[in-house]
Write a protein that binds this ligand. Structure first.
Ligand code: ATP
Length: 247
C-alpha cells in the first residue's frame, strides 16, 4: 500500500446537462501497480467517475465542476482523451465497443493509432495475443461473429495496444457468463502482475471484483460511502449484507 500514488481524484463534482449533479464530491486514490475497484449499484456514479478521469464526459454533456484530478501529481482535468492516451491512461468502455464489421486483429490495430513504430506495434500485438490466446485464434473473425467474452477481451486488448500504464475498465463482467468473467479477471490480474499495469475498474459484481482487487471504493448516489483493502471489505458485515449478494 506504500507504492506511489498514480491517480488522485480529489473531491470532484460532476454535473450533466448543466443541472443534474451526479458526483457529489468523490475522492479516491490509486497506487502504482494496484487494482482498485469502484463498486456499487446501477446509477451510483461509477461510469461517471471513470469518464471524469479519462475526460470522456463532454460527449455526454457532462463536466467536472469542482475538485481536481492528478496523474502522478500533475493536474489532468484539462487534457484531451488523446493526450491522456499519450500519457498512458486508457479507458475500456462499458458494453465492449468493438467495431462489429472489423476483424479482431483490425480492432486491435485501431488501438495503436498513436504508435508510429511498426516493430513496436507488432510486438504489442504479439503481447496482446500471449495474454489473450483466444483472440489469436479468432484474429481473422469479424468481431460481430465472436462471443461476448471474446469481444470484451478484444476491447481490453485494443486498449493494451496503446501501451498504457493505467487502464480504466468499465464493468468488464457485464453480460458475461460467470466462468468467462473469471477468465477475463484472471487475465487482468495477470497483466497487473506481470506488466505492472495499474487498474481502476468499475463493477456491479462486487463479489468478483473484491476477489481480484487490492482496494475497493463503494459508491452510492454519487458519493463514496465506504472504502478499504479488498480483504477487509469482503469480511465486512455491511458489505456482505448489502453488496455481496448482488453479482
Ligand atoms: P451503471 O452501472 O448503470 O453504468 P454507474 O454507477 O456507472 O451505473 P453512472 O452511469 O455514472 O452510474 O450514472 C450516474 C447517474 O448519472 C445516473 O443517475 C444516471 O442516470 C446519470 N447519468 C449518466 N449519464 C448521463 C448523461 N449523459 N446525462 C444525464 N444523466 C446521466
Amino acid at each position: 500500500t506504500d507504492s506511489p500514488i498514480v491517480l488522485n481524484v480529489n473531491g470532484i463534482e460532476v454535473i450533466y446537462n448543466h443541472v443534474i449533479l451526479v458526483l457529489k464530491g468523490v475522492s479516491l486514490t490509486v497506487r502504482q501497480g494496484q487494482i482498485a475497484a469502484i463498486l456499487g449499484g446501477n446509477g451510483a456514479g461509477k461510469t461517471t467517475t471513470l469518464r471524469a478521469v479519462s475526460n470522456l464526459l463532454k460527449g455526454e454533456r457532462g463536466e467536472v465542476t469542482k475538485g481536481s484530478i492528478e496523474l502522478r501529481g500533475e493536474r489532468i482535468e484539462n487534457l484531451s482523451p488523446a493526450d491522456l492516451v499519450q500519457r498512458g491512461v486508457v479507458q475500456v468502455m462499458e458494453g465492449r465497443h468493438c467495431f462489429a464489421h472489423l476483424t479482431i486483429e483490425e480492432n486491435l490495430m485501431t488501438g495503436s493509432y498513436t504508435r508510429k513504430d511498426k516493430a513496436e506495434v507488432a510486438r504489442n500485438l504479439e503481447k496482446v495475443y500471449t495474454y489473450f490466446p483466444r483472440l489469436k485464434t479468432r484474429r481473422t473473425s469479424q468481431a460481430a461473429y465472436t462471443s461476448g467474452g471474446e469481444q470484451q477481451m478484444c476491447a481490453i486488448g485494443r486498449a493494451l495496444m496503446a501501451n498504457p500504464s493505467v487502464v480504466l475498465l468499465d464493468e468488464p463482467s457485464m453480460g458475461l457468463a460467470p466462468q468467462i468473467v473469471e477468465e477475463v479477471f484472471e487475465i487482468v490480474k495477470d497483466l497487473n502482475h506481470k506488466e505492472g499495469v495499474t487498474v481502476l475498474l468499475a463493477e456491479q459484481n462486487t463479489n468478483m471484483a473484491l476477489r481480484y482487487a487490492d482496494y475497493g471504493y463503494i459508491m452510492e448516489s454519487g458519493r463514496i460511502v465506504m472504502d478499504g483493502p479488498a480483504a477487509d471489505l469482503r469480511n465486512n458485515e455491511d458489505v456482505k449484507e448489502f453488496y455481496l449478494g448482488m453479482g
